[in-house]
Write a protein that binds this ligand. Structure first.
Ligand SMILES: N[C@@H](CCC(=O)N[C@@H](CS)C(=O)NCC(=O)O)C(=O)O
Length: 338
């Protein structure tokens, strides 16, 4: 005998309780404004590494550590720049993984005597109560966090470690293109990098619709722009491409399903799909992409978005390695010099 559906009283009670709990958990996971839109907290450690004489954080090989979670798109930016510049030997990486019960990051192996990233933040700044996010650029000499804002870490990795880079001269933020890169960055950040989170973390229908419309309008525009230029700023790779890449590479894998960004997939776009394959196939980049971890981190750990914890296996990403035919639009190098 098939079982009857639950009674309407049970359905009403469970709906009420689950919705209330969902809003409570979402409010912790994703702070929101009054309209239910996600508001990302500000990063709090904002020092620079440079050879300015009065700066305590001087460029040195082996002194700094990059702390990353392999699922995180913001941390992924720093790994991509590290790979493009050839800074693997100069700046070792320390990996953290999500702890589903604690709801935060923990070290794969205890680091500086800390098990969790939250303890590690407090080691750097006693009494720290903000979010313990990745990426973190850590100074092992002063045992302090230099910077925990990916947008700044990638600029300083590009500029400050030139003499330790295995591939020096790859300039991802050249003087002459700064204004153009900054313009792309602000559009891409709001509508796409943060936009997928604003879509997935929306706590009202109207906040969701606003974010998802803005996201796909931006993707449509960029797809059109990429018809005639190989990269966002023309022939040469720049930081704007790096910032777009780490969201695009996660798009069909997790944002399309889990974050309800499902109007189209990247692979449905005429030019974005070839562009993504082009970036993925640049030397060293595929090694920075850990698809299993991305899938597990998002589907397995964002409990309020996926309470059943089921992790889907798809999509098949083999095609990322197929020819993209974008060489015809220009060279694959970043700017050299200037
Ligand atoms: N603005 C930061 C955001 C970094 C961020 O939100 N990282 C997430 C992982 S994808 C995180 O560590 N979240 C932990 C938390 O919010 O407690 C950056 O770009 O560096």
């Amino acid at each position: 005998m098939p079982k009857a559906l639950p009674s309407k009283f049970l359905i009403a009670a469970v709906r009420f309780t689950w919705t209330a709990l969902w809003h409570t958990m979402m409010a912790r996971l994703a702070p929101r404004d009054r309209a239910g839109a996600y508001v990302r907290p500000e990063s709090q450690f904002r020092h620079q590494i440079s050879d300015a004489p009065d700066n305590p954080y001087q460029p040195q090989a082996g002194r700094y550590r990059l702390i990353v979670g392999m699922g995180c798109p913001w941390a992924h930016r720093t790994l991509v720049v590290r790979a493009i510049k050839g800074l693997e030997a100069a700046i070792p990486v320390v990996v953290v993984v999500p702890d589903p019960l604690e709801g935060g990051w923990v070290f794969e192996r205890a680091h500086e005597g800390c098990r969790s990233l939250a303890e590690f933040y407090r080691l750097s700044q006693a009494g720290y109560t903000g979010r313990s996010t990745v990426p973190v650029l850590w100074d092992s000499q002063t045992r302090t966090i230099v910077n925990n804002e990916s947008a700044e870490i990638i600029v300083l990795l590009d500029a400050a470690f030139e003499r330790f880079a295995a591939r020096p001269g790859q300039n991802l933020y050249p003087e002459g293109l700064k204004a153009q890169i900054d313009e792309w960055n602000s559009r891409i950040y709001a509508a796409i990098n943060d936009g997928v989170y604003r879509t997935g973390f929306a706590q009202s229908q109207s906040a969701y619709e606003q974010a998802v419309n803005r996201l796909f309008a931006a993707l449509d525009d960029i797809d059109a722009a990429l018809e005639t230029r190989r990269y966002l700023c023309g022939e040469k790779l720049s930081l704007a491409d790096v910032r777009l890449f780490t969201t695009l590479i996660r798009f069909d894998l997790v944002y399309h399903g889990l974050f309800k960004c499902n109007r189209r997939r990247v692979r449905d776009y005429a030019h974005l799909w070839g562009y993504l394959r082009d970036l993925y196939q640049l030397p060293g980049i595929a090694d920075t992409c850990d698809f299993d971890t991305i899938r597990c981190d998002y589907y397995g750990n964002l409990f309020p978005l996926n309470p059943g914890g089921i992790i889907p296996p798809g999509p098949d990403l083999q095609e990322l390695s197929t020819p993209h035919d974008r060489e015809r639009l220009g060279s694959a190098e970043a700017h050299t010099g200037g």
